[in-house]
Design a protein around this ligand. Structure first.
Ligand code: LLP
Length: 420
């Protein structure tokens, strides 16, 4: 459930009419709802109530905005980070170092050191090589690093191939059949504390089955490790729960996920961690845009050109993703149109042959489910600058990320003397 609803004929974010935000800030602009973020955070936590003290680490990559992170920090969430930049953000938003998990296949020397210095709670090691490098850095700096070994369970998540991470051919984790020996070797290093297993098989999963298969494999590995004399006190089950992008689309409910996890892990005797991203932030944000013009070419539906583009919301161009598209002040009339942005490539298409509210030049509209993997994947392609972000709270809102004008980006560029 979200808080983006029509009231008196105008789409509101909580109690703020979107027309007001467009007038004040201009478009395109992301709008997040605090009440929705909090609701999702609580629903997810409640879904895990059968577990003993689960650790919930919001996947910062899905929405790294400081204000969004602050809302989740206030809800007691920690963070799953994948870069030094994300780690800095999580700390700045007030997440406790001990509640931060550092994932990612390519953590650099400096990032590992940053994590050690900040005293983060856990490194999710993605290879034996990374484990030795971390051990060496920790030993040099007189630190001890708590670690989980990320395994690749070779399970098909049945999601878009670009966001599948748990197949043998993907770059993530260590192969399951080698995990026990690698874990034992890394556990022998004095400066790292091998304490658990991590797994994450992909994002936008529409079925719990692949997750259950992967978790069962982790359970068997934990038993094998203990039988071999290794200590295992933690398991990180990653993120991945899908969200509805189309009105009426069915997705597994967090409660069903929680029940499955409780059943599969009941004998594990570990502290469980979770890294949800999309399920928290996805439907807590929309991208507000204005129609620039409508043009006809040939006999097909019109092209409705909006002022948002693939640089602001990359998902349709990158993954062929669907985002519901709705008028802010719907007249009740409908039309079929191609919804496109102004960028000079055909990939800058949000939807083809979409049945939607009738819109003309100047009208406002939203793309829904844009709170996760939206603004964070923006670029300045076509010298369009970076899109602004706002957070609504009841009848007030704040700009939580300024629009970065193309000219400001240009300010960071230099023409060397030898070209003048
Ligand atoms: N943990 C790890 C290790 C991850 O790699 C990810 C997402 C998550 C947690 C959070 O997964 P979630 O709960 O959000 O599904 N840009 C793509 C999504 C990429 C996901 C990458 N990893 C998109 O727009 O669909």
């Amino acid at each position: 459930m979200d808080h983006f609803r029509i009231k008196n004929g105008v789409l509101h974010a909580e109690d703020v009419p979107m027309t007001r935000i467009a007038e004040d800030i201009g478009t395109p602009v992301y709008i997040y709802s605090r009440a929705t973020l909090e609701r999702h955070a609580r629903v997810f936590r409640d879904a895990l109530s059968e577990l003993d003290n689960p650790h919930i680490a919001f996947a910062v990559k899905s929405n790294p905005n400081l204000a969004v992170l602050k809302v989740l920090a206030n809800e007691g969430y920690g963070a799953d980070v994948v870069s030094g930049g994300e780690l800095t953000r999580a700390l700045k938003a007030g997440m406790k170092p001990d509640d931060i998990v550092f994932s990612g296949v390519g953590k650099t020397h400096d990032e590992l050191l940053q994590g050690l210095r900040e005293g983060i709670g856990q490194f999710n090691i993605e290879s034996e090589e990374e484990g030795y490098e971390l051990a060496a850095i920790a030993s040099r700096h007189g630190k001890r690093a708590a670690c989980a070994l990320r395994v690749n369970p070779d399970v098909d998540a049945r999601t878009h191939e670009k966001i599948s991470t748990g197949k043998r051919e993907n770059k993530f984790g260590v192969p399951l059949d080698r995990a026990a020996e690698i874990y034992a070797r890394l556990a022998a290093e004095d400066s790292i504390d091998m304490r658990g297993i991590a797994v994450h098989i992909g994002s936008q999963l529409s079925s719990l089955e692949p997750l259950e298969t992967a978790f069962a494999k982790v359970g068997a590995l934990i038993a094998d490790l203990r039988a071999a004399g290794c200590t295992v006190t933690h398991a990180d089950l990653g993120g991945g729960l899908g969200v509805p992008y189309k009105a009426g689309e069915k997705m597994p409910a967090p409660a069903e996920y929680g029940a499955m996890v409780a059943r599969v892990t009941k004998d594990w005797n570990v502290r469980l961690a979770f890294e949800p991203g999309r399920v928290i932030a996805g439907n807590a944000g929309v991208l507000l845009t204005r129609v620039v013009r409508s043009k006809r070419s040939g006999n097909g539906p019109p092209f409705v050109v909006v002022d948002a583009a693939m640089n602001d919301l990359a998902r349709p161009a990158m993954y062929g993703a669907w985002h519901d598209f709705e008028a802010v002040e719907p007249s009740g009339e409908r039309m079929t149109a191609h919804i496109v942005g102004p960028i000079c490539e055909t990939g800058d298409t949000f939807a083809m042959d979409r049945e939607c509210d009738a819109l003309v030049a100047g009208d406002l509209a939203i793309f829904r489910t844009a709170g996760a993997y939206g603004a964070t994947m923006a670029s300045s392609y076509n010298s369009r600058g970076f899109v602004a972000e706002t957070l609504v709270d009841g009848d007030r809102y704040a700009v939580v990320a300024d629009r970065i004008a193309a000219s400001a980006i240009m300010d960071a560029e230099r023409v060397p003397d030898w070209l003048t």
